[in-house]
Design a protein. Structure first.
Length: 166
């Protein structure tokens, strides 16, 4: 580990999970920190850190997971941070924001839609200012209503938009 750190000019530290938990919860991650952890621990800490240091609730966030093993190098996975919301099935009450953000990231990074993330974030900010959101965000709108409102903001009156680099 020391040899690899010196060769690449980076600091590498091995820590016990409880030490990492305490440090992260007390201070948050330092800039350009990479944490490699088991799935269960990472899922839990991801939610804890977003709730503690994020500007929004975890249900509105998505994660970009990059696989490091050489056999799947370059594989990227986008996932919503919230759970499966089984208790909300069929109720049209699931917060769609994390899924929309993940779709925008995929469109921009892998489908050549430059500016998609910026455009969607602007649309989500417009919805926030208008008080449009699902109950978990203090709103009174259904999943469908939030998505429809976002589509209306992104393409007013059915006008197609062209996403370009700023």
């Amino acid at each position: 580990m020391a040899e690899s750190a010196a060769r690449h000019g980076v600091e590498i530290r091995l820590s016990q999970p409880e030490t990492v938990n305490r440090t992260l919860i007390e201070r948050g991650p330092r800039p350009r920190t990479v944490i490699i952890a088991g799935n269960e621990w990472a899922d839990i800490m991801h939610m804890v850190l977003l709730d503690r240091f994020g500007a929004e609730r975890q249900g509105s966030r998505c994660a970009e997971n990059v696989y490091l093993h050489f056999e799947v190098a370059g594989l990227v996975e986008y996932q919503t941070v919230h759970g499966s919301a089984d208790d909300l099935e069929g109720k049209d009450a699931v917060n769609p924001v994390a899924t929309v953000r993940a779709a925008a990231m995929i469109a921009e990074r892998h489908a050549g839609c430059a500016g998609a993330v910026r455009l969607v974030e602007g649309g989500l900010e417009t919805l926030r200012r208008r008080g449009i959101g699902t109950p978990d965000l203090g709103g009174r709108h259904s999943t469908t209503a939030v998505v429809d409102a976002l589509l209306d903001v992104l393409e007013p009156e059915g006008q197609r938009i062209l996403v370009t680099e700023p």
